[in-house]
Ligand binder design. Structure first.
Ligand code: NAD
Length: 418
C-alpha cells in the first residue's frame, strides 16, 4: 500500500497494531488481516440542490474488521475527510469495541461536504441518498452506523427511515444515536462526553489528584467536548478554557459554561464570550492545567506543539488527536494519556445498549444506562492500567494490547474461511 501525504493516518494505526502484535507474539494470520480493511465502499452520488443545480458528492463506508461481531462506527460529514482518514477511524473502532468489551467490529463512514453550508432539505436528501447507497453494507446484523463529527440524531433518524422504507418495516437497530422518540437510548447523546469524564476522573485518582482542585482545558465544543466539560464541572473540576474551530475562551477562575453554551447556540461560536479572554487553539493546547481534553479532530497534538503541552493528564475525546511523534514526546515528559480507544468508548458502549434495545424492543432508564457506562468504562480503564503497569508501557500501547488479545482470540477461534 502506498503512503502519500494523505495516507498517514491509517499508516499510523497500522504501525502501532503491527508493533503491538509482534510484541505480544500474536499469530501472523491475525496481524496481516488487521493490516487491511475488510470492505471499502466509495460512492459518488448526485444531489439536487435547492436551486435546482445537481451536485455530485463523494461518500465512503469502510469496514475494518468484524471478527467480534457486526461492524460499528460513526458517520462524519466534513469538507476535508478522505478515504485514508475513514480507514484509520474504522480501525480505531475495531480496537475500541474490543477494549470496551462490546460485541462489535469496527467501521466508519463519511461524506465530503460542509453540512453548515447545506439547507435542512439538502442535508436530508444527501443523507437519504448516502444511506440508500451504503445499504449494501449497512444493516442491523451487519454494520451499524452512529453520529460523528458533523452528524447528529436527526441525521440518524433519516438513515433509519430510509433503510426502513427499503425493507417495508421499521428497523430501529440499523443505526444508533437516534432521537429518543424513535428508539434512541437515554443517555446516548451525552455518552461519549460522560465516558471522557469517567476516564479523566479515574486518571486523576490514579495520579492522586483531587477533582475538586483539578483544572481543565477542553479543545472542541461539540457533542464530546461540551458534554465532557459540563460533566467535569459538575464533578467539581474548574473548566478554565474551551474552544471551537474559530478559537477559544479562557478564564483562569473558571468559565460559566451554561452562559457559554447559550452563546454558542445563538452565535455558532464561543468567541467573544463575556468574562473570558479570547485565545487561539494553539495557545489553548499549551495552557498549564491538570486535565486537557482534546475533543475536536485528528492531529491536534503534533511534534511541533507537544513539547509545550503542560497538562498532567490528556484525555483523548477525539479519535486520533495525537500523532506518534507527539505521543512519544508527551509520554517522555511524564504526561498521562488516556488514549482515544479507551477515553471516548462511552459512545459505543451506550450505542450497544441502544442497539440491544432496538432488537429487543425493551428500554432502560437513564440511570441504568449511565451506571452501565460507568461500569464498563471503569473495568476497561482498570484493565488497561493494569497491563500498562505490568508491561511497563504507556496507556495507548496497553489499550492496543487489551484489544488485540481479544481480536486475536476471536480470529483464531473463527479460523479462516473457506
Ligand atoms: P462535533 O461536530 O459535535 O464537534 C466538534 C467540535 O470541534 C466543534 O465544536 C468544532 O467547532 C470543533 N473543532 C473543529 N476543528 C477544531 C479545531 N481545529 N480546534 C478546536 N476545535 C475544533 O463532533 P463530536 O461528535 O463532538 O466529535 C469530536 C471528536 O470526538 C471527533 O474526533 C470524533 O470522531 C470523536 N468521537 C465522537 C463520538 C460521538 O459519539 N459523537 C464518539 C467517539 C469519538
Amino acid at each position: 500500500m502506498s503512503t502519500g501525504p494523505n495516507e498517514q493516518a491509517f499508516q499510523n494505526v497500522r504501525k502501532l497494531i503491527s508493533d503491538v502484535c509482534q510484541q505480544m507474539n500474536i499469530a501472523e494470520m491475525c496481524r496481516v488481516r488487521l493490516m487491511e480493511c475488510e470492505r471499502e465502499l466509495t460512492i459518488h452520488f448526485p444531489i439536487k440542490m435547492d436551486d435546482g443545480e445537481v451536485r455530485v458528492f463523494t461518500g465512503f463506508r469502510v469496514v475494518h474488521n468484524d471478527s467480534r461481531g457486526p461492524s460499528k462506527g460513526g458517520i462524519r460529514y466534513h469538507p476535508d475527510v478522505n478515504l485514508d482518514e475513514v480507514r484509520a477511524l474504522a480501525a480505531l473502532m475495531t480496537l475500541k469495541t474490543a477494549v470496551a468489551g462490546v460485541p462489535y467490529g469496527g467501521a466508519k463512514g463519511a461524506v465530503i461536504c460542509d453540512p453548515r453550508t447545506l439547507s435542512q432539505t439538502e442535508l436530508e436528501r444527501l443523507t437519504r441518498r448516502y444511506a440508500s447507497d451504503i445499504a449494501i453494507i449497512m444493516g442491523p446484523d451487519s454494520d451499524i452506523p452512529a453520529p460523528d463529527v458533523g452528524t447528529n440524531p436527526q441525521i440518524m433518524a433519516w438513515i433509519m427511515d430510509t433503510y426502513s422504507m427499503g425493507r417495508g418495516y421499521s428497523v430501529p437497530a440499523v443505526v444508533t444515536g437516534k432521537p429518543l422518540e424513535i428508539g434512541g437510548s437515554n443517555g446516548r447523546f451525552e455518552a461519549t462526553g460522560r465516558g471522557c469524564m469517567v476516564s479523566a476522573l479515574l486518571a486523576a485518582k490514579h495520579l492522586g489528584l483531587n477533582p475538586l482542585e483539578a483544572t481543565v482545558v477542553v479543545q472542541g465544543c461539540g457533542n464530546v467536548g461540551a458534554t465532557g466539560a459540563d460533566l467535569l464541572a459538575r464533578e467539581g473540576c474548574r473548566v478554565m478554557a474551551i474552544s471551537d474551530s474559530r478559537g477559544g475562551v479562557y478564564n483562569p477562575k473558571g468559565i460559566d459554561l451554561e452562559g457559554l453554551f447559550a452563546r454558542k447556540r445563538e452565535t455558532g461560536s464561543v468567541i467573544g464570550f463575556r468574562n473570558a479572554e479570547t485565545l487561539t487553539n494553539a495557545e489553548l493546547l499549551e495552557l498549564k492545567c491538570d486535565i486537557l481534553v482534546v475533543a475536536a479532530l485528528e492531529h491536534a497534538l503534533v511534534k511541533a506543539n507537544a513539547p509545550s503541552v503542560k497538562a498532567r493528564i490528556i484525555v483523548e475525546g477525539a479519535n486520533g488527536p495525537t500523532t506518534p511523534d507527539a505521543n512519544k514526546i508527551l509520554c517522555d515528559n511524564g504526561i498521562f494519556i488516556v488514549p482515544d480507544i479507551l477515553a471516548n468508548a462511552g459512545g459505543v458502549i451506550v450505542s450497544y445498549l441502544e442497539w440491544v434495545q432496538g432488537l429487543q424492543s425493551f428500554y432502560w432508564g437513564e440511570e441504568e444506562v449511565n451506571n452501565y457506562l460507568r461500569r464498563l468504562m471503569t473495568s476497561a480503564f482498570t484493565e488497561v492500567l493494569h497491563l500498562s503497569q505490568l508491561n511497563k508501557v504507556d496507556m495507548r500501547t496497553a489499550a492496543y494490547m487489551t484489544a488485540l488479545r481479544q481480536l486475536a482470540a476471536a480470529m483464531t477461534i473463527r479460523g479462516v474461511f473457506p
